[in-house]
Ligand binder design. Structure first.
Ligand SMILES: [Ca+2]
Ligand SMILES: [Ca+2]
Length: 422
């Protein structure tokens, strides 16, 4: 602090940091010299001084000690994951300290713009950037100090994808697939697009994968997949070719017209139809043929056909009119005659006749001749050889009116004719 010596004066320079503009007091003790000529001066200006002549300064006591500058802390640098449009971050300057014992004032800056005036502030930090914030603290003696802190907001999180509809999804073969889509949300960016890729061929059974991709604004990409199972639970459609009931004459060759099968998924399955049952045209009766078709997924369907092997005959012969117009005298005997034809003629069959009253009215118009032969008992026709059969029907047990005559050849066919008794 002794700054020099000139013209018999000891120069004293004093720098008191933090005391700018602050009044202070110096006290000193001195011993008057023998000349008794001491004086003092206090020149204006920032450099205060006193001049003493013939003084010996023995001590200097600072009434207000020098003020050390404050300690500033803007807090540690921070890196935060983006959480949306706003990313609020606390800047904590509370670690700053006034080393002069007085209160601190705070000034936060982003660039040249002041953004806060308290120790701890919350800022909305820019997304996907590193921003520098500066804290300047000033104590009551105009001592100030500044420090920077850095806030980095980054997005390292890909969007989250949510599938619409079921996963896995089941689609019936050949019914079509409507893409149900997906949504995606990014924590930082909000809703983003989820685009599907991959195709579903609904006409072909199988397992398909549709991949949905969503990318946020900084290139974080997410994918999610949907499994689409194209299945076939639908049985083929089997259809008869030709009628469901076919009559074939005894002894004839039966040609099976078959059936067709079309499956909505597997296409034409006609060639793989399995037919069960058979027809023997050498034996009259009803036969069932079953046509079963099974698709590649085990779905099956069947249709059946009835084949009736019947005797061929030349119908009831005269005197019975087939149109129901015959009238016979009540109590007479009616000759019922028929002739088997074709291969049937060689057969010996059991043919029976049945009667049922239809009405008390007479509907016939032609009075027929009657048999003079004895009536047959029972109801079984007699064979007279060569496929010719006869039954002399007694009408004595009957009554006046209209009757239905039913002839049963034993082949399941229903042969009826109406006659009138008068
Ligand atoms: Ca993101
Ligand atoms: Ca099918």
């Amino acid at each position: 602090m002794w700054g020099g010596y000139s013209a018999g004066w000891k120069h004293v320079s004093m720098k008191l940091p933090g005391m700018a503009g602050v009044p202070f007091q110096l006290r000193w003790e001195y011993t008057q010299d023998s000349g008794v000529s001491g004086s003092a001066a206090a020149p204006a200006g920032t450099t205060k001084g006193v001049a003493f002549d013939n003084l010996v300064i023995t001590s200097v006591h600072l009434i207000d000690p020098p003020h050390a500058p404050p300690t500033v802390s803007a807090g540690a640098d921070q890196t935060k994951e983006c959480v949306g449009v706003h990313n609020y971050v606390t800047l904590d300057g509370s670690g700053s300290a006034s080393n002069s014992g007085g209160p601190l004032t705070y000034a936060w800056f982003q660039g040249a713009t002041q953004i806060g005036n308290v120790a701890t502030i919350v800022v909305d930090a820019p997304h996907q950037a590193t921003t520098t914030y500066t804290l300047t603290v000033t104590d009551g003696h105009d001592n100030s100090a500044s420090a920077d802190t850095h806030v980095t907001i980054k997005d390292t999180t890909p969007p989250a994808i949510t599938l619409n509809g079921a996963n896995p999804m089941t689609v019936e073969c050949s019914t079509g697939y409507t893409e149900p889509g997906a949504t995606a949300n990014d924590v930082c960016d909000g809703p983003v697009t989820a685009s599907p890729s991959g195709s579903v061929v609904t006409s072909v059974k199988g397992v398909y994968t549709v991949t949905y991709t969503a990318t946020d604004s900084v290139g974080n990409t997410a994918t999610k997949t949907r499994t689409v199972n194209v299945v076939d639970t639908t049985a083929p459609v089997v259809a008869l070719v030709g009628p469901a009931i076919i009559k074939v004459n005894f002894g004839d060759v039966f040609t099976d017209p078959g059936a067709t099968s079309v499956d909505s998924c597997d296409g034409n399955l006609t060639s793989s139809i399995v037919e069960t049952g058979s027809v023997n045209t050498s034996a009259v009766g009803s036969y069932t043929l079953t046509y079963t078709s099974t698709d590649g997924s085990g779905n099956h369907a069947a249709v059946t056909r009835t084949v009736k092997v019947i005797y061929t005959w030349a119908d009831l012969q005269q005197p019975v009119n087939l149109d129901g117009s015959s009238i016979f005298k009540f109590g007479s005997t009616i000759p019922l005659k028929f002739q088997l034809t074709g291969a049937s003629a060689s057969q010996v069959i059991t043919a029976k006749v049945y009667l049922a009253k239809v009405s008390n009215n007479v509907i016939g118009s032609d009075v027929e001749a009657i048999s003079t032969s004895a009536a047959d008992s029972g109801n079984t026709f007699r064979s007279s050889g060569g496929g010719q059969y006869i039954f002399n029907l007694s009408t004595k047990p009957l009554s006046i009116g209209t009757w239905q005559i039913r002839i049963d050849l034993g082949d399941g066919e229903l042969h009826t004719v109406l006659i009138s008794l008068k």
